[in-house]
Design a protein around this ligand. Structure first.
Ligand code: SAM
Length: 258
């Protein structure tokens, strides 16, 4: 047993049914490479290692690593910060050339972990991850809703997100202050090449959302001035939250073209 540290987002799963349901949510094949983010005290780890031969886990907390080395001696647990990993290197040499990711995430860095996976989408097949329920709602949100924002647009352009099931606060120790949900991000289907520079696209989405109450004519005024361009009428009087992910791609292609 290790004493949970709040600052590391340590809320450990306790309920065998929930644990089984989470592990069963991965749809990848038994010979696929699977990596667990933040194994903690190993609630999911033992079952995952039984099911997947090419399995390893990445954990920041040395105490958890010593604990796991003792409890699950055959399982590879690497010490590291998940925000620093290179998913391309992790996927290298695997059977499919990609990696499937699973984890009950440390909630304080949920968005950064997701953005890291989106950037590595070529090397990631699937991610089955637990997060705060409200963040899960943002991932699947539709335009013109309160939840629809930068994360919704970025995620929906890179993969197919699905809210799998809610998870009660009562299955953790200590109990978190928030509700949780399991989410699947499916990167496996062939997404069309967006045809725009992804950094440029993200900058435009961020600039538009920085002043989400304003029309795009106003919120994007700095980009328009820099590019010496007017916005087409179909965009000019709309606000960021009214554009679909595909609209953002068309807008970015227009603004970023030479
Ligand atoms: N998987 C375990 C479970 O479900 O009981 C623990 C989940 S707990 C919510 C999140 C885990 O992520 C903790 O073990 C924590 O130490 C680890 N963690 C926190 N920050 C991390 C980081 N930057 N990189 C890797 N692991 C991290």
């Amino acid at each position: 047993m290790i004493q949970p540290i709040k600052r590391l987002g340590q809320n450990f799963l306790q309920d065998p049914n929930t644990i089984r349901k989470i592990v069963d949510s991965l749809t990848c094949r038994p010979d696929d490479r699977v990596v667990e983010i933040g194994p903690g005290m190993g609630a999911l780890t033992g079952l995952l290692a039984e099911k997947y031969a090419d399995f390893s886990a990445i954990e920041l907390d040395d105490r958890a690593i010593s604990y796991l080395n003792e409890q699950l001696p055959g399982v590879t647990v690497t010490q590291g910060d998940i925000l620093e990993v290179n998913w391309e290197q992790i996927a290298a040499g695997s059977k499919s050339g990609s990696v499937s990711v699973i984890g009950n995430l440390p909630y304080y860095i949920t968005s950064q972990i997701i953005f890291g996976l989106l950037d590595a989408r070529e090397y990631v097949k699937e991610a089955v991850i637990m997060m705060q329920y409200e963040v899960a709602e943002r991932l699947i949100a539709q335009p013109r809703t309160k939840q629809y924002g930068i994360l919704s647009v970025a995620v929906q352009l890179a993969c197919v997100p699905k809210l799998l099931f809610p998870v009660s606060r009562n299955v953790f120790f200590p109990k978190p202050d928030v509700r949780s949900a399991m989410v699947q991000l499916d990167f496996s289907s062939d997404r069309p090449d967006l045809g725009v520079d992804s950094d440029g696209l993200r900058r435009i989405i961020r600039t538009a959302y920085n002043q989400r109450r304003k029309t795009l004519r106003n919120s994007l005024s700095s980009v328009l001035a820099e590019k010496e361009r007017e916005l087409p009428e179909e965009f000019a009087s709309k606000r960021a939250e009214e554009l679909s992910p595909e609209d953002f791609v068309r807008l970015a292609s227009y603004l970023l073209s030479d």
